[in-house]
Design a protein around this ligand. Structure first.
Ligand code: RB5
Length: 148
């Protein structure tokens, strides 16, 4: 990253809770500050209640990048992408996480808590937060995404 990332906001519903806890501990052990938007147990919650506050913080520029999870990753991603300036990418392998940064300048990584291993998720997070946007031909494409 051009500016070293120090703080990483994370959020999940009950379907992503255990993965979030795994990622949270890995981030802390790696020296990052973690802003945890919940959820804080496996009790059933509605994913928009947890994802909207994180997405809003990215939308307002409070944090550059964020990590979200739900069971499939879809509900979390769809919710986050309702926010202006948010580009949330649903990814399930390392190359997709890299391309989401390099080509799409994604600022939120969404992962399926019930469909990939936690170790793979951690590898994806490390790639996502350490990969820069390529710019160039991708800049004009990303600039055309926003409609409001
Ligand atoms: C919760 O059961 C599940 O629907 C949720 O985590 C997510 O997969 C929704 O997209």
């Amino acid at each position: 990253m051009e500016n070293a990332l120090k703080t990483v906001p994370i959020a999940a519903d009950h379907g992503g809770y255990e993965m979030k806890e795994f990622i949270r501990k890995k981030l802390l052990a790696a020296g990052y500050e973690v802003i945890d938007f919940g959820t804080n147990s496996t009790e059933s919650v509605d994913y928009p209640d947890k994802i909207h506050p994180l997405a809003q913080s990215i939308s307002k520029g409070k944090y550059p990048l964020g990590i979200i999870m739900c069971g499939s990753g879809n509900g979390a991603q769809i919710t986050a992408n309702k926010h202006k300036h948010v580009r949330a990418a649903l990814c399930w392998n390392i190359e997709l996480a890299r391309l989401a940064r390099e080509h799409n300048n994604a600022n939120i990584l969404s992962m399926p808590g019930r469909f990939i291993s936690f170790e793979l998720a951690w590898e994806m997070v490390q790639v996502f937060i350490s990969t820069d946007f390529e710019g160039g031909r991708h800049q004009q494409r990303v600039a055309k995404i926003e409609t409001r």
